[in-house]
Design a protein around this ligand. Structure first.
Ligand code: NDP
Ligand code: 8X3
Length: 253
């Protein structure tokens, strides 16, 4: 493969979708992942013409499926230059004593263990080649806890800690490791958190200009286009109207 290869989880929607397009625009071949294969077909049609694209349909929380999907790549596609661990969601927004255990399982299994399963299959190749870049999508929820954020925040604090651990352990191998921690980004995120309640999801982004998925993709492209000696290690990115998880300057009229 002449082009560098980016492996993007959660490429069927939101941040991952925009990242696939912007990475292709700067010359990357794309491995796009997600559970919805129809969306991956749609993504393929949306990418700049001539972009080498390999869809992989799997659930990141199912270890055997993750391994099978990544093992199915040809030797050429296995030489992944950039791994973007983006797949994830919040499930529910409940006080800890009222939380749904299935939601807790989903957030830990997808946001934390899913990231680890994918990393386990891809990072050893980077270590062998002594090159590569890992970009983990955390959240402002991994930097500060808010009411009813409990387990989602826990999952994103874990992503932050794992990212820092990766940077330390991979330091001898010339592998760049970055965490990106966005505030409010208007995607399907709230639709998933509120289990398909469109009105509630929409309200989350009303009264201020939330970030867009493209804003996060911009940061990713900036990070992967730095000179070899430069690592963008940690970025907290917020909408202008957001000062913290709980302080958002919403206009009421
Ligand atoms: P979206 O809901 O738009 O996208 C989530 C993506 O994750 C989808 O492509 C979805 O694909 C994939 N995904 C979810 N669960 C699984 C699973 N079990 N297996 C495989 N893929 C899965 O949300 P965002 O784009 O906003 O979210 C992307 C990341 O950004 C997440 O990690 C989120 O926590 C983080 N984030 C989002 C913020 C926001 O305000 N939107 C703020 C801070 C961080 P599919 O359903 O096809 O499997
Ligand atoms: C998404 C942002 O504040 O809803 O990670 O947790 S927040």
């Amino acid at each position: 493969m002449e082009k560098k290869i980016a492996f993007i989880t959660g490429a069927t929607s939101g941040i991952g979708w925009s990242t696939a397009i912007q990475m292709a625009e700067v010359g990357y071949a794309i491995i796009g992942c997600g559970r919805r294969s129809d969306r991956l077909d749609e993504l393929k049609q949306t990418l700049p013409e001539g972009t080498p694209f390999h869809p992989l349909t799997f659930d990141v929380s199912k270890k055997a499926d993750v391994y099978k999907a990544i093992d199915s790549l040809s030797a050429e596609w296995k030489k992944i230059d950039v791994l973007i661990n983006n797949a994830g969601n919040a499930h529910g927004l409940d006080f800890i004593h009222e939380g749904n255990v299935d939601d807790w399982d989903a957030m830990m299994d997808i946001n934390v263990k899913g990231l680890l399963y994918v990393s386990k299959k891809i990072i050893p190749g980077m270590v062998e080649r002594k090159s590569g870049q890992v970009i983990n999508i955390g959240s402002i929820a991994g930097k500060e806890v808010y009411p009813r954020g409990n387990v989602y925040c826990g999952s994103k604090y874990a992503v932050d800690a794992i990212t820092k651990g990766m940077r330390i352990d991979l330091n001898p191998y010339g592998i760049k490791v970055m965490g990106i921690h966005p505030g409010m980004v208007e995607t399907e995120f709230s639709l998933v958190r509120f289990k398909g309640d469109e009105d509630r999801a929409k309200t989350t982004y009303q009264g201020y200009d939330a970030l867009t998925a493209d804003d996060i993709a911009d940061i990713i492209v900036f990070a992967v286009t730095r000179p070899p000696h430069v690592v963008m290690a940690d970025v907290l990115i917020l909408p202008l109207d957001q000062a913290s998880t709980m302080v958002i300057n919403k206009k009421t009229s």
